[in-house]
Design a protein around this ligand. Structure first.
Ligand SMILES: Cc1cc2nc3c(=O)[nH]c(=O)nc-3n(C[C@H](O)[C@H](O)[C@H](O)COP(=O)(O)O)c2cc1C
Length: 197
């Protein structure tokens, strides 16, 4: 039996002409090479993510939460994940509305699961977006990890879908080592007892 923790890599931007899929694809390659995870890439552009939410909160509605049919596969992927890498750009010193919608339509799917961030953008490399995501995901009882990867000025620091910095793969390995540790520890803890939320 394959007992590897399930890693879901989320492409956070859905903009026409976006760069996000290139970053997610490189992260997926690093994770495949790393070997600790069963890896899936989830692209938010593939799902129905309306901004208007139902009346009730997903925190209390559980499986009865009335999500659109076009979101079902996304919900299943988030449900089955033990860990996430959120790939995010920076929009106006925060993260894209597509990511906020994906987060807000769910709740238990994030709870007691490990989350790492890979960001990109201009001078700050998406760090403002990550600071906001850490704050929001903590509200959902996700465990955000310290190690992250930020790619400033990706338009000059990436070429042909790859980062030019030779140290990037080493940083990715450190991130994945720590994410795997947390994913395994939290999976055991979730199986041992329900999270007291
Ligand atoms: C609405 C919008 C706001 C942006 N704001 C910022 C910003 O605050 N900081 C930054 O570094 N880049 C900013 N950018 C530039 C993005 O980092 C760049 O367009 C990047 O390619 C966006 O990711 P995407 O291509 O995956 O959508 C912004 C881009 C858009 C479309």
């Amino acid at each position: 039996m394959d007992n590897k923790p399930k890693l879901v890599i989320i492409v956070g931007s859905v903009r026409e002409g976006r760069f996000g899929p290139a970053v997610a694809s490189w992260v997926a390659e690093q994770a495949d090479t790393h070997g600790a995870f069963d890896v899936t890439v989830v692209d938010l552009a593939d799902y129905d993510l309306p901004l208007a939410l139902p009346a009730a909160s997903p925190k209390y509605a559980g499986d009865d939460y009335p999500r659109p049919a076009g979101m079902a596969e996304l919900t299943a992927a988030l449900d089955g994940a033990d860990a996430f890498v959120v790939v995010t750009p920076e929009y106006n010193h925060s993260y894209p509305a597509s990511l906020k919608a994906a987060i807000d339509w769910h709740f238990t799917q994030w709870t007691a699961k490990a989350v790492a961030f890979v960001s990109y953008g201009g001078a700050a490399g998406g760090r403002h977006a990550v600071l906001h995501l850490e704050n929001v995901l903590t509200e959902l009882h996700a465990v955000t990890i310290r190690e992250g990867l930020a790619f400033p000025n990706y338009f000059t620091t990436w070429q042909d879908g790859l980062p030019l910095a030779p140290e990037a793969a080493g940083y990715a390995k450190t991130l994945l080592d720590q994410l795997a540790w947390w994913a395994t520890a939290l999976r055991s803890a979730r199986h041992a007892a329900p999270f007291p939320a």
